[in-house]
Design a protein around this ligand. Sequence first.
Ligand SMILES: [Zn+2]
Length: 103
Amino acid sequence: MKRENSELITITDHQEAEKADYYVCLRAADDPHEFPDNMTGFCAQCGVPIIYRPHAPITPKKICTTCAGPKMAADPDWRIFVTPTVAQEVADVLARERRRKAN
Ligand SMILES: [Zn+2]
């Protein structure tokens, strides 16, 4: 079944984000160093060092992108939720990139 992208990524509030099954984190080795206040931890599944934002939800298991791939492939109903804080941070990074490329 083909779904629209708008159904796959939903902006949610911080309270709802606490109900998620997993919080997908970048592996520390892939850290683009955009955020000096990133927190560090370990993937709940494979134990690799991960980074996450200080405002990340506390309840969901933090897993790395490599472990998230197969879970998403196995679950036909997977959805991505982002908080408004994360959406704004990503928008800011993309805007900075765009300005950097324009100069
Ligand atoms: Zn992992």
